[in-house]
Structure formats: C-alpha cells, structure tokens
Design a protein around this ligand. Structure first.
Ligand SMILES: Cc1cc2nc3c(=O)[nH]c(=O)nc-3n(C[C@H](O)[C@H](O)[C@H](O)COP(=O)(O)OP(=O)(O)OC[C@H]3O[C@@H](n4cnc5c(N)ncnc54)[C@H](O)[C@@H]3O)c2cc1C
Ligand code: FES
Ligand code: FES
Length: 490
C-alpha cells in the first residue's frame, strides 16, 4: 500500500518549502511572483515562448542531481515535489556582488530595457555551469528559448563568452552545495503518493509507475501531465481546468533509456534533451531536426511520450518515429498493449486508446543496414517554431531498386500520416529522379492538406513533394553542404 501525503515539498533557493494548499493549475511563476514576492522572473508570454520566466529546476535523475532551465510560466507547482527551484535572486553572492554571468551582462552591455535579462542570465548561467568553454553556437543554442526585443543579441553572446572566462565556479552556490542539496532532495523523495485539493483543484503525484497505473485506472478521466509544454498552455491560454491531474514527470522509471539488440526503449517521460543525449546521437541525420524542437527550456521539459500522446498533426516526433518503425506501449492497470506509432493516430483528436490507458514506453528500432533515413522540418522561423511540414523518410535500396519505403509527414493531414500511395509508387522501382517524379502523382491521393497561418495548402503540398526530391538528391549526390543533417527554413 503506497503511503499518502497531503503536501508538496521542495527546495526554493536556500530554504525548504512545504505547501498544503496547491491547486492543479497553480504555476511556478505565479507562486514565485505572487506568493513569494520573488519578482525577478518575469511574465512575458505565459506560453513557454519568450523565456523571461526562466528558472533552474534541479531534480534527481538516477540519484544524480541535474539542473535544467525551465519555463516557470507553464511549470506546475504540483510537479515540483523533491525538486530544487533556483531563481535569479539566488545568484547574487553572499557579499552582495554580482555573479560572473550577471557581471558579464553588465560589462558587455547585454541589457537594455531589462525585461528579458533575468531569463537570459538563467539560461547563460545554466550553460556556464555545464560548459565552461562555450562557442558562439553553444551560446546561441542555449538562448533559443529567450527572446530579447532590444539588444539584437550580439552583446548577450559577448557576455556569454566573457562569463566563461570570468571563472568563479568554486564560489558558485549551486556547485558548492551540490552534495547537501542532493542529500536533501533524496530525503524529500520518500516515494509517497501526493494527493491534494478537491474538485477542480485536485491532483495526484504518484509514488511509482505502478501507483500511476492504479491512480489512472481509478481516475480514467484524469489529465496526465508530463512536461506540461502542451498542458501548461491549456491552463494559461485557454483557462481550461485540468483536475484531476496526475503529474508524472518526476517518475525516474519513465525516464529510463535502454539499448537492446533491436533498438532503444525509452520511458514515456524521456525529455527531448534526454533523447538527444542518448538516442538521437545514433541517428546523426536527426541532429539538426532535434535542435529545432522548441528552445532549450522546452526541450528540457517536453517529453517524447507527451508529443505522441498529444496526437497533434503537427508534432515533430511522430513522422520521425513512424519512419523509423517505432512502437508504442500503452498500459492500463497491469495490462500492456504495444502497437506501431502510426496506428495510434486514428483521426484529428482521436487516438487508439481506452479509458485508463497511459503511454508507458516507446521502442525505436536501430536503422537496418542499407537503409537511408532523414528528417526535415520546414517552418517560418528557424528557432522555436511549430512545423508547417515535418517529414521522416526511410528507404532501403538494393541492387539499385527500392525494396522498402516509409514516407511520413506531419502538417499534411488531420494526423501524422504515411504517404501510402507514394510509397507504393517507389517500391520495386529504381531509385532515380524519374521514379521520384512519377511517384509525385501519389501525393494527391495521400493528402489534402489545409491552409492556415503557418502555410497555405498549396505550399504544404509543394514542400512535401520537394522534400522527397531533396531526400533523393541528398542520398544520391552527397555534397559537402548536404550532409545528412536536414534543415529547411521556409
Ligand atoms: C514554446 C513551445 C515550443 C514548442 N515547440 C515544439 C516543436 O518545435 N515541435 C513540437 O513537436 N512540439 C513543440 N511544442 C509542443 C510540446 O513541446 C510537445 O508537444 C511536447 O512533446 C509535449 O510533451 P509534454 O511532456 O510537455 O506533454 P504534456 O503537456 O504534459 O502533455 C501533452 C498531452 O499528452 C498527454 N500525456 C502526456 N504524457 C502522457 C503519457 N505518458 N500517457 C498518456 N498521455 C500523456 C497529456 O495528458 C496531454 O494530453 C512546443 C511547446 C512550446 C510551449
Ligand atoms: S513568460 Fe514567456 S516563456 Fe514564460
Ligand atoms: S533588453 Fe529589452 S527585451 Fe531584452
């Protein structure tokens, strides 16, 4: 029998917090600004886009303390049990002097109106801790999720470089107190189930995956909240209630990644960042694609399981997972069911799941010998933009002929979808430009894309065809500028 607790406990900067009144929809940013009067973290967009609210959250991952930047505006307080929240206020040194990252921002004139500055400092601070010698590209990646409308970024990048050489790691409060904080968080992570609030405020924090299965079966209408990079916006933008919510991102078992002879099995809560570190490196063709999902804060919070479970036609992982032949394991109580990812998507807003189901894991097969694979994302803006069209392609060519083709798109239909007619026009034919040109006829049978603010229907249809041609050209005429890192910006 799992023990039940009625409080949420975490570390906030240098002190322990225990809360007995939290609603499912309470955000960390509101808690910081309105209840704690820690107003350094700003509210710009309240939807994870601008980074003005960036804070660090430390969590135990396999017993190790990991700090990551997150967007406090879409992070729920209920998901913070046994975490360490670090805000901009914690950076100042004991003697009142500025942290090297803050000082570098001053010295390099990295701040003008200052609204974005605390968030930018937190992102640079995270980089400064993990990568003492960043390149310009590292700094730019760390700032993908931080918008500044004043500076033009150049001064901020200079500050990032200057902070690196300023040193001071030995004096840094987080680095210095790592062992104490780890021990405190281990003490807080007691494996108890947290159950709080009533009616529209109710939420659960399961003590284990088995406890999640039990809670979900007993509350089939509950909203599962993993990274909250979708659900957070339901609350802040749509004012939607989410109770009873079940917060799951703390469950270590769901963050596991294991490699077997057949491929990688990843837990449903593996974040984009964790996936990138452990799995995406096996698919170098995906490196550029992966870096264009959200910004760092979103990649640190958002999960691959959530991206699939959400069922969005424009999620970036489904076309890639479908192309790679990935499967999904759904759990309901003690029962499990495994199905190909493509079969999960039935129609717009409708997935193949029963009441009480939740996504437990995904399996991504290794790329078989002789297969070519690529992933493409076409957006209006390079960074932190949702795809107009996303594509995952995998083909096998033997003796000059296509023996296998999986062509999957996002943004082209009501669900992520394979181009079945195009595929059948490719298989058995020589892998030539002529075959690609003939196969284009299949697109009209496979897709009737819609037009919206991201792209017109005609543009989507054109891009889908051209991406297939690009895949062909890049597999047959490798060029130094067409390495299998696929990036396309509309
Ligand atoms: C600023 C910003 C930028 C973004 N950029 C991109 C982008 O470039 N590409 C992209 O594809 N997406 C993007 N997203 C969307 C989002 O990051 C993804 O959809 C994300 O993967 C969702 O995962 P999550 O863990 O945050 O899900 P949550 O928000 O926690 O949940 C999403 C949905 O999945 C359900 N769910 C979650 N986990 C499970 C589970 N284990 N079992 C059953 N149901 C579950 C939830 O109930 C909910 O319906 C962006 C979001 C933001 C805020
Ligand atoms: S306020 Fe814009 S990302 Fe949080
Ligand atoms: S300094 Fe004004 S938004 Fe960045």
């Amino acid at each position: 029998m799992t023990q039940t607790r009625k409080t949420i406990r975490f570390l906030l900067n240098d002190h322990k917090v225990e809360l007995d009144k939290v609603a499912a929809t309470d955000t960390l940013l509101d808690f910081l600004r309105l209840e704690q009067r820690l107003c350094g973290s700003k509210e710009g967009c309240a939807e994870g886009d601008c980074g003005a609210c960036t804070v660090l959250v430390g969590r135990l991952a396999g017993g190790n303390l990991v700090y990551e930047t997150v967007n406090a505006c879409i992070r729920f307080v209920g998901s913070l049990d046994a975490c360490h929240v670090v805000t901009i206020e914690h950076l100042r040194r004991k003697d009142g002097s500025l942290h090297p990252v803050q000082q570098a921002m001053v010295d390099m004139h990295g701040s003008q109106c200052g609204f974005c500055t605390p968030g930018i400092v937190m992102s640079l601070y995270s980089l400064w801790m993990s990568n003492p010698n960043p390149t310009n590209a590292d700094i730019e990646t760390s700032l993908q999720g931080n918008l500044c409308r004043c500076t033009g970024y150049e001064a901020i990048v200079r500050a990032g470089l200057a902070a690196a050489s300023a040193g001071g790691q030995a004096d840094d409060v987080i680095i210095r107190e790592r062992e104490t904080v780890t021990a405190t968080l281990k003490g807080l992570a007691d494996g108890a189930r947290v159950e709080m609030g009533t009616a529209s405020e109710k939420f659960f924090v399961p003590g284990s995956v088995d406890d999640l299965a039990e809670l979900r079966a007993a509350n089939p209408d509950s909203v599962i909240v993993a990274g909250a990079t979708d659900v957070g916006l339901w609350v802040t933008k749509m004012m939607r209630p989410i109770a009873p919510a079940i917060f799951i991102c703390h469950l270590d078992e769901l963050h596991q990644i294991s490699e077997t002879a057949t491929g990688h099995t990843i837990g449903a809560c593996v974040t984009y960042t964790e996936f990138q570190d452990a799995v995406a490196q096996h698919f170098p063709q995906m490196a550029g694609y992966w870096n264009r999902i959200g910004g760092e804060q979103v990649r640190n919070m958002g999960t691959v399981g959530g991206n699939v479970a959400n069922g969005s036609p424009i999620g970036d992982t489904p076309p890639v997972l479908i192309a790679l032949g990935a499967t999904l394991t759904l759990r309901n109580g003690d029962e499990r069911r495994t199905l190909p990812v493509e079969e999960f998507f039935i129609d717009y807003g409708k997935q193949d799941r029963q009441a009480g189901d939740f996504v437990e894991s995904l399996h991504i097969p290794h790329l078989a010998e002789g297969c070519e694979f690529a992933a493409y994302k076409v957006t209006k803006r390079r960074d932190e933009d949702i795809s107009a069209v996303a594509a995952g392609f995998r083909i096998r060519v033997e003796d000059g002929k296509v023996t296998e083709a999986v062509i999957a798109y996002g943004g082209m239909a009501a669900t992520p979808k394979r181009a079945g007619s195009v595929e059948s026009l490719l298989v058995g034919k020589p892998w030539t430009a002529q075959t690609i040109a003939s196969a284009e006829a299949g697109f009209a049978e496979d897709f009737s894309p819609i037009g919206d603010w991201r792209a017109s229907a005609e543009y989507r249809a054109l891009v889908a065809r051209k991406l297939l041609m690009r895949f062909f050209l890049e597999t047959t005429q490798p060029h130094e500028n067409s390495v299998l890192v696929r990036e396309a910006v509309a």
